[in-house]
Design a protein around this ligand. Structure first.
Ligand SMILES: [Zn+2]
Ligand SMILES: [Zn+2]
Length: 296
């Protein structure tokens, strides 16, 4: 399967000359199975250019939302395939204890915030609550959703696909309230989703110096992300959801420091917009290759 990063930025789209390499669009990742099935992970601003790349004529598309913060849904109304009448779109995401997914999404996809209501979209749309349906299949993909530590109902996804396992947890503070990182603790949230993943895409919003100022905001420091990946025994880590204030030069320095701090038991390549990975082989022993990006 192929994994393409269309948006890697956290919290707010951050276009400009200082963010060209890591990217300015907010969370959106495409996973393409070998049979052509397409999963879209989150609908941040990166979903708009993804929509332009999808060939008309496909029958079905699945969008998996981790949660409904704006940086993960803002691009939804600008995703062209939602306006194709012949397309079957399945939208997966968490409900809250008081409102279903439809009611929660409609708060954004309705006037005055957006001119088109969810019910008026031309595609054939089916909504699924992943808290109620935590394990499901889409084509040959087997998917597991689990709640993680972030304000409001938020899930991560573990995706078994052709050739391996990809885990996607873009917003997550697994070490909230922990002074010491107990890597043997079975109680770290999200750990079972990430266990032995071939590729883990994980929140790494803050530098280690910044994190103490933002405890409880629902995000990880780079140090915590590395510790989480180590505890989970992943093979490849792509830190994701870069802070809007982190320019290309700052991110280069942060990840050079992370690489030089000591040997890591996994490959480390911070997520950059436009980059594409191929996961192939056998689950837990897959090869993860960084391919030339779809876009410059
Ligand atoms: Zn976010
Ligand atoms: Zn969030």
């Amino acid at each position: 399967m192929k994994i393409t990063f269309w948006g890697t930025r956290g919290s707010l789209a951050t276009p400009g000359r200082d963010t060209i390499r890591y990217g300015g669009n907010t969370s959106c990742v495409e996973i393409q199975g070998d049979d052509g099935a397409t999963l879209v992970l989150d609908a941040g601003t990166g979903i708009r250019p993804l929509g332009e790349s999808i060939q008309r004529g496909i029958a079905r598309l699945d969008i998996l939302l981790t949660h409904l913060h704006m940086d993960h849904i803002q691009g939804l109304g600008f995703f062209d395939p939602l306006f194709w009448p012949e397309l079957d779109v399945h939208l997966w995401g968490p409900s809250s204890t008081t409102q279903g997914l439809h009611a929660r999404l409609t708060r954004y996809l309705s006037p005055p915030l957006f001119p088109v209501r969810l019910a008026d979209l031309p595609c054939s749309l089916t909504l699924h609550d992943v808290v109620a349906e935590p394990k499901f299949r889409i084509g040959r993909f087997e998917i597991e959703a689990g709640l993680v530590c972030h304000p409001g109902p938020t899930v991560g996804y573990r995706i078994h696909g052709d050739g391996g396992v990809v885990t996607y947890i873009p917003d997550h503070e697994p070490f909230l309230g922990e002074d010491e990182l107990d890597l043997d603790s079975p109680w770290i949230p999200g750990l079972s989703l990430a266990r032995d993943a071939d590729l883990l895409i994980h929140d790494a919003q803050f530098s280690d110096e910044e994190y103490p100022l933002y405890v409880g905001w629902g995000h990880s420091s780079i140090e915590h992300t590395l510790a989480f990946a180590r505890a989970a025994g992943v093979r490849h880590l792509a830190p994701f959801h870069h802070d809007p204030s982190h320019t290309d030069l700052i991110l280069d320095r942060l990840y050079e420091d992370a690489q030089s701090a000591g040997e890591l038991p996994f490959e480390l390549t911070p997520a950059t917009e436009g980059s594409c990975y191929e996961v192939s082989g056998r689950e837990g022993r897959a090869s993860v290759k960084l391919l030339p990006g779809k876009r410059p």
